[in-house]
Design a protein around this ligand. Structure first.
Ligand code: F0G
Length: 454
């Protein structure tokens, strides 16, 4: 059979509400054209993030009932720890309430003034935690990773020559080498197993620990199986184990590839580092056998980890994005290619070329998608990154719009609806106008700022 179907049937449904265009226009004006301000009840298809927004399976809900809420030594933790170690063979697994809490603990150990931490591309919270510690984060992704049209199969790869030069230049100032799989901030693009091994070898040659941000590890493993020479006959768990076997630790948001609505962990091999991390955990998150989580969450994640590596799921998951990218591409809409693992990215600067970057073409597109079709997406561009520390304004490297897909939540007809919405936006595209920001906080303005239509 050629059709790749959703490999599940639906037992419980969550109604979504069709709103009228005048209603949406009114809502947008009320929230100052900031989509983060919209109540989710007023959103038809919510593609703001793939984080914590997925559907749990019937087995996960059953696991929730099994959850044991003991403060210390809960069997839920034992099951969670075993499920993590089955895929990621680290000695110490430290549960946290989400990914950024694991990062905060990691950089309380490795960060500090004068330190330099390289990655392919640090996610914003990773960078935020690095910078909050006084350290600096640097992105060393390969050049193809910054070209939306390049068809390189592993656009999330680290540039190994740049990393080597970086390690030579910064020497003792580098406490750890990081790598994000898949590379979320770079379009959800994968990192090859060869590159993961290359980064590990370089880090170790310079005597540095190597830590993977593994949020979307299963999607990354699927791309390795599909695209990397010699990996086709291997199972996803085998590939996942190989990816983490060369690392000294990992941070994880279990809201992504563990099918959780909440959760995360920090894993480490080194006993002393783990002891320091647990000390921090007890102060800020909780006792080491629950961290920031309830026993029921730990059980749901243990079950989720066995489901996320299923090939039928991953094939359907990746195909949905490819399907949308192929159709938008055929309509002449500039999309980041190849399709990423968790999201479709549209190059709004190229598509809405009549709107200059400082008038936020990404925001104009995101607003139009909601206004026309009730779809919520996210601007990743000048509205998000344009404000400089001195309060001035500069165009971001790119003006993208991200459509991030919650896991197992929407169906093929939703995908077709999204494609149709783009046809409508394309028809109206030349009449779309830019925005100005009329009110903004100093930091991370995109969450709360208000815009006005120009
Ligand atoms: N690392 C990566 C690569 C991420 O994508 C995220 C979250 C985090 C770390 C932080 O994890 O949210 O559990 O604290 N990404 C979400 C997103 C928020 O929409 O891309 P968290």
């Amino acid at each position: 059979m050629k059709t790749i179907i959703e490999p599940f049937r639906i037992k419980s449904v969550e109604p979504i509400r069709l709103t009228s265009r005048p209603e949406r226009e009114r809502k947008l004006a009320e929230v100052g054209y900031n989509l983060f301000g919209l109540p989710s009840d007023d959103v038809l298809i919510d593609l703001l993030t793939d984080s914590g927004t997925g559907a749990m399976s019937s087995h996960q809900w059953a696991a929730v009932m099994r959850g044991d809420e003991s403060y210390a030594g809960s069997p839920s933790f034992t099951r969670f720890e075993a499920a993590v170690k089955n895929l990621m063979p680290f000695k110490h697994v430290i549960p946290t309430h989400q990914g950024r809490a694991a990062e905060a603990i990691l950089f309380s150990i490795f960060g500090g003034a004068g330190k330099c931490i390289p990655s392919n591309t640090h996610f914003d919270t990773t960078r935020g935690n690095i910078e909050a510690s006084g350290a600096q984060g640097d992105d060393l992704v390969i050049a193809e990773g910054k070209d939306p049209q390049s068809l390189h199969p592993f656009k999330g790869n680290m540039d190994l020559a740049k990393l080597e030069a970086y390690l030579q230049e910064h020497g003792d100032a580098v406490p750890v080498v990081m790598l994000t799989i898949t590379n979320n901030a770079g379009g959800g693009q994968p990192v090859s197993l060869e590159n993961i091994r290359g980064v590990a070898a370089l880090a170790h040659r310079f005597g540095k620990p190597f830590v993977i941000d593994g949020c979307r590890f299963a999607e990354n493993a699927w791309f390795i199986k599909e695209r990397e020479e010699g990996q086709q006959e291997r199972t996803i768990p085998e590939i996942v184990r190989d990816c983490f076997a060369v690392a000294d630790g990992m941070t994880m948001s279990a809201k992504k590839d563990a099918f959780g609505n909440i959760g995360g962990w920090l894993a480490l091999n080194d006993d002393d580092l783990a002891e320091q991390a647990r000390g921090h955990l007890i102060r800020t998150e909780g006792f080491p056998t629950y961290g920031g989580l309830a026993g029921r969450d730990l059980d749901a994640l243990a079950q989720g980890l066995s489901e996320i590596v299923e090939e039928d799921y991953l094939r359907y998951r990746i195909r949905t994005n490819e399907y949308i990218v192929e159709r938008l591409d055929a309509m002449g809409i500039p999309v980041v290619k190849p399709a990423g693992g968790h999201a479709v990215f549209i190059d709004a600067r190229a598509w809405l070329s009549h709107i200059p970057p400082l008038e936020y073409p990404g925001q104009a597109l995101a607003v139009a998608l909601y206004e026309i079709a009730g779809i919520r997406s996210c601007e990743i561009g000048t509205a998000m990154f344009g404000r400089q520390p001195d309060g001035s304004e500069k165009p971001a490297a790119m003006d993208l719009v991200r459509l991030a897909f919650p896991r197992r939540t929407y169906t093929q007809s939703h995908a077709d609806y999204i494609v149709e919405a783009f046809e409508e936006v394309a028809a109206a595209k030349d009449s779309l106008r830019g925005y100005k920001i009329v009110k903004e906080p100093k930091l991370m303005r995109h969450f709360t700022c208000r815009f006005a239509k120009l």
